[in-house]
Design a binder for this molecule. Structure first.
Ligand SMILES: [Fe+2]
Length: 86
């Protein structure tokens, strides 16, 4: 059974993946000159970034267990925060 922090990390990564997918669609809409579709994908991807931020915030609230203290987390947060700003 996964620990809470693992579920939340999975959620953050999934939200990041959907964010990237909507960014690709937004860029395609822009390339096609479709302003309405571009705006729709802009707002949807912004929502996905917020969802990822929610999961990251939950992870930061996790008790400082050995898993939570793992050196992977600083790298995870750096990657996911960079992704949220692209
Ligand atoms: Fe989402």
């Amino acid at each position: 059974m996964k620990r809470h922090v693992e579920w939340h990390a999975t959620g953050a990564l999934q939200e990041g993946a959907t964010y990237v997918a909507y960014k690709v669609q937004k860029d395609r809409a822009r390339g096609a000159g479709d302003k309405v579709l571009e705006a729709i994908f802009h707002f949807v991807r912004r929502d996905e970034a917020a969802h990822g931020g929610f999961y990251r915030a939950i992870i930061e609230l996790e008790p400082r267990t050995a898993t939570a203290r793992s050196p992977i987390w600083p790298m995870f947060f750096r990657l996911s925060k960079c992704q949220a700003m692209t």
